[in-house]
Design a protein around this ligand. Sequence first.
Ligand SMILES: N[C@@H](CCC[C@H](N)C(=O)O)C(=O)O
Length: 259
Amino acid sequence: MKLQFYKYQGTGNDFIMIDNRTLFFPKTDVKLINKLCDRRFGIGADGLILLEPSENEDFTMVYYNADGNEGSMCGNGGRCLVAFANQLGIIKNETTFDAVDGLHYATIKNGIVSLKMIDVNEIEGSDSHSFLNTGSPHHISFCDTISNINVKELGAKIRYGSPYFEAGTNVNFAEQVAKNSFKVRTYERGVEDETLACGTGVTAVAIAANKTNKTTANHIKIEVLGGNLEVSFDKKGDNYTNVFLTGPAQFVFEGKISI
Ligand SMILES: N[C@@H](CCC[C@H](N)C(=O)O)C(=O)O
């Protein structure tokens, strides 16, 4: 069978998109999804996303990490899926869709997608790190400089170590560059490597930076290896609401692959 696919990227976090409105895709085939995401034996991507029907919303997002397993929420993947739904003519400039962590509202204008993320009200912290869930779990270490960190090696150590072990976590290294701006590098669980960007990761960094008083800003610019993202939120006490992740989401190419 020939599988029609579309390739998208959001600040270099890249995804295979499949229009699965007819529910034809063999979604329990972990090996197949892993192979499609393989950069040598397949199309190559950090993850694969199925666009499926939804009972009450515009569509449903089903996200798989490159290892072939269903993942938790993917912020950049969600933004790319909005651009894909727009390309398919399912939505115009705004949408609400279903995902593993609940409903997401989003807008798209001139290739820039702004995606509403879940509210956050639990942030664990110590002197060395913060940990919070922005749809996916994120460990954050604020560092003086991140350019010389071996993200793959150190990220893997933290991802598999105490207290995360098998369930694991994504791991972010963040450097403050100005009052309201940070640089971030991320080790992604499920890709098991550094990626060029992570949407739920930069969202977690922005909230953790505010919570730990590194910034009083509620509109934060984040530079990642693949480009620039922005995170904004409202804050009441320890509750972060109206959390938006904003940045480019672009179609790269489409094709058919034998499966
Ligand atoms: N790239 C993603 C994060 C994807 C989820 C993650 N790898 C996991 O399952 O933990 C993003 O942009 O948020």
